[in-house]
Design a protein. Structure first.
Length: 366
């Protein structure tokens, strides 16, 4: 049996085990169902390599697996040998930001001069659409104060690095995507606390200065160190640039697992409503990001790029801020759910746009 047939067999076995999981849960064999769920994800994660299409959803499946197993075995995720895993959230965010910094250079800042219109419009839409939709959702769903603050928090953080990957997959304007992500992240230590104070200040106490310092230590400092590191060593550490996307994805999966495990009890009571809010929030980000860009006369390719930047948020940063505020199990819940869903929806959107190229791809960037 060649490797391709073996991988296809594993994919079919994953389907059979999923059916077995459903049957076992229906028969109330809970422990057996949980064990079989683990086997299902092993088969699925190995089997997806049989399909080029499925490979594009590998990270998404890892996220779903982490969230699902954390719900089933929370104590094994939150505490390892007496060590509280939530203590790793901030260091992992700092590692991701350092890695992002190592990929940045002068070219990213020159990008603003080359396409100022696209950058300005993208940043404006990023820090208006998502915070305002988030606030509206908290009013509509009447979430408890700390949960609602988490909804607003994910709306106030910048776009995540996954937006660059998905813009690459969708054949968007990658240069514009990277520039937007870079500048939105650099603005976050100052913009996010102000937005939080204005929109969530009535829900929880917000110390703007303390939050600026906290986010600067978590985001700004490692990002700048990464830029300096790249400036000094450059191509001599090319292996690091190749490894950091994988490290960032692994760190994000771990952070989601920890947050989901810590907030499992709350998820069991309001998880569906949070998921529904995340679907609406994410979809409106894509929709208004695209049509807002078109309203400001960006071409279709750049509008798609901005839409992905707006619809995808930095869930890891939001989780880190929630932890720093001592509210990881409440404020961190929505970022974990939103982060999981946005990877699923973003993957589908990127693949769809990849197969439907726009008619202005040869236009000069905005």
């Amino acid at each position: 049996m060649n490797m391709q047939k073996l991988l296809q067999s594993l994919l079919w076995l994953s389907l059979l085990t999923l059916l077995g999981v459903i049957v076992l849960f229906q028969l109330n064999f809970e422990l057996e169902a949980k064990v079989l769920t683990c086997i299902f994800f092993v088969f699925l994660l190995a089997g997806i390599n049989a399909s080029e299409f499925m490979k594009g959803f590998a990270f998404t499946i890892w996220v779903i697996a982490a969230a699902t197993l954390s719900m089933m075995f929370p104590s094994y995720v939150t505490d390892i040998g007496g060590f509280k895993t939530e203590l790793l959230i901030v260091p992992l965010i700092q590692l991701i930001m350092f890695g992002m910094g190592t990929t940045m250079g002068l070219k990213d800042f020159v990008g603003v001069l080359k396409m100022p219109k696209g950058v300005i419009i993208g940043l404006f839409l990023q820090f208006t659409i998502m915070p305002l939709i988030a606030y509206s959702l908290t009013v509509v769903f009447s979430f408890p104060p700390e949960i609602a603050a988490g909804v607003i928090l994910i709306g106030c953080v910048p776009c995540g690095v996954s937006s660059n990957i998905l813009n690459f997959l969708s054949k968007g304007n990658l240069a514009l995507s990277i520039t937007l992500t870079s500048f939105a992240t650099l603005m976050a230590p100052f913009v996010t606390p102000i937005l939080m104070e204005q929109l969530a200040g009535q829900l929880i106490p917000i110390d703007v200065v303390a939050m600026i310092i906290s986010i600067s230590k978590m985001i700004f400092a490692p990002l700048i160190l990464g830029i300096i590191f790249n400036r000094i060593f450059g191509n001599r550490v090319a292996w690091l640039n190749a490894a950091m996307p994988l490290v960032a994805m692994a760190a994000n999966v771990f952070i989601i697992a920890v947050i989901v495990a810590a907030g499992r009890d709350s998820l069991l009571t309001i998880g569906f409503l949070l998921f529904l809010a995340a679907v609406i929030h994410n979809a409106m980000g894509f929709l208004l990001g695209y049509w807002g860009s078109r309203l400001f006369k960006l071409n279709k390719r750049d509008s798609r790029t901005v839409a992905i930047e707006v619809g995808l948020q930095n869930g890891g940063m939001a989780a880190g801020i929630a932890f720093e505020l001592g509210r990881a199990a409440t404020m961190g819940l929505y970022p974990a759910i939103f982060g999981t869903w946005m990877d699923i929806s973003g993957s589908f959107l990127a693949n769809w746009w990849r197969k439907t190229p726009v008619d202005d791809e040869n236009l000069v960037d905005s």
